[in-house]
Design a protein around this ligand. Sequence first.
Ligand code: GCU
Length: 357
Amino acid sequence: MTAELMQKLNLPDLMTLNDGTPVRQASQWPLRRAELIDLLSREEYGYTPKAPSRVEGAIVSGDDNAFAGKAVQQRIELTFDTPAGSFTFPMMLTYPKADRAVPVFVNVAFRPDLPERYCPLEEIIDRGYALASFCYTDVTADGAEIDGLAVKYPVDEKTGWGKIGMWAFACSRVLDYLEDRPEIDSARAAVVGHSRLGKTALWCGAQDERFSMVISNDSGCSGAAITRNKVGEKIADITDRFPFWFCGNYRNWRGREDEMPFEQHMLLALVAPRLLYVCSADQDQWAHPENEFLGCCAASPAWRLLRLPGLITDGRMPELNAPLHDGSVCYHVRPGTHFFSRTDWNYQMDCRDRHGV
Ligand code: GCU
């Protein structure tokens, strides 16, 4: 059972302040939240710089009758100031024609062919949602290169932000811009990504409380999965191949998972009281679905502190294609391998419809 496993794993305590005071009341959460962001910044993802005061968007091309007239689609260049001059990256916005502002997905995507070919955009539009997507490598390369946004801010070797932090920052800049668009209901914005970009969506949504929903698809190690006792990828694996995703300090925890003062349930808990949705695929053992589920269970006390249900579960891993959508933390595991499938998108939309976020 999950409760016993959590005890055995001896996870660092979500509900104790750094000075040892137990967190028992909702009024203590903002302080604990700040402590957790600081901890995860220092040890894992690096510190995020201050947001720019304004993001400008220039529509560079568009189609007012996309999808046979059902939608509007625009390619937009976003520009904002940084300490080293302005930075610009492209995004694609598609929204259904409607008589009111529509909720939106902010999707950090892998491929430059926006919207991504695997993204079921027509279904998204037909269900009344907009999609704002950008390709992550238009922000900075997925490698050790110091390019794009990475050039614009000074980076401390141990605690400076890694690439996940930069991509997450870009998701927030998309929302800055969407707040100025009357067609979009920016109070109903979900940040979503798959795999390394699922880790990105979680880190973005953990920090940026304007997102009403945060969705992780197959994010695994350093995402939704508890690191202790994890199968598949471990900190040594991820920091060997992708050291540039994180801050320098993360390497200190290679092979020392059990000693870490932080854990991934802390990342998930930072989404409270907003809606969190973690999605897994049963054959994706590198990501480890069971530990992603465990992450949801272990993060749930944060919602309960705020008088909301966390994950509603009997503590057992759910059946395939039996999504848990009743609580403020939602979870599903679908059959198949590591992929952001139509099934995942549809479950995510079912969940949004149901919660109205
Ligand atoms: C690698 C990496 C994972 C990551 C995945 C992806 O498999 O080890 O941590 O999630 O790439 O982004 O597809």
